[in-house]
Design a protein around this ligand. Structure first.
Ligand code: 4NP
Length: 183
């Protein structure tokens, strides 16, 4: 209940001029495929809606293997085809992310479990969610799949699918933040 209140307040801040922005951290395993795609897609949506001062975002990985690497070329190509540029270099999740961000958005249940394990306390654990929970078509009541599948060892088509899944979820997330309904 306390967590729900904190999140509702955080989401409401996105609407108030002069208030601190809502801060989102997209998280996958390597921070080179799924979470940079989510970051790029959400940044494009935020710019489309002129919300740059209200919503801030970054991405990170639970693993350290790719720290310092740019987004995977296959992910960057899939995004570029759809008019989205992926930027930045990979970094690993750190403890202060649980303080600095309002929501930590996991791509799959493994990321979710790892983030919950890393969370320093109960309130921090309450900030961790699966990104696709925010896609109205995959919400639990719709019986939908809630994970963004790992495309790293799969076929090229996987990167197109990742982009489309992430885009639907980010649209839903932005809509919920905009009306203060993130919970
Ligand atoms: P990501 O994809 O978690 O979406 O960035 C992966 C990238 C690298 C590896 C696994 C998944 N890897 O095993 O190196």
């Amino acid at each position: 209940m306390a967590d729900r209140h904190v999140r509702a307040v955080d989401a409401g801040r996105a609407l108030g001029r002069g208030e601190p922005p809502t801060r989102l951290l997209f998280v996958c395993l390597g921070n080179i495929c799924r979470s940079p795609t989510a970051e790029g897609v959400m940044r494009a949506l935020v710019e489309r809606d002129g919300l740059q001062r209200r919503i801030e975002l970054e991405s990170a990985g639970t693993g350290s293997w790719h720290v310092g690497s740019p987004p995977d070329a296959r992910a960057a190509d899939a995004a570029r085809t759809r008019g989205v540029t992926l930027e930045g270099t990979a970094r690993q999740v750190r403890t202060r992310d649980f303080v600095e961000f309002d929501l930590l958005l996991a791509m799959d249940r493994e990321n979710l479990r790892e983030l919950r394990r890393l969370a320093p306390h109960e309130q921090a654990r309450g900030k961790v969610r699966l990104l696709r929970e925010f896609d109205p078509a995959s919400a639990p009541h719709a019986g939908g799949e809630l994970e963004v599948p790992d495309p790293y060892y799969g076929a090229e088509r996987g990167f197109d699918e990742v982009f489309e899944l992430v885009q639907a979820a980010c649209e839903g997330l932005l809509a919920q933040i905009s009306v203060g309904e993130v919970s």
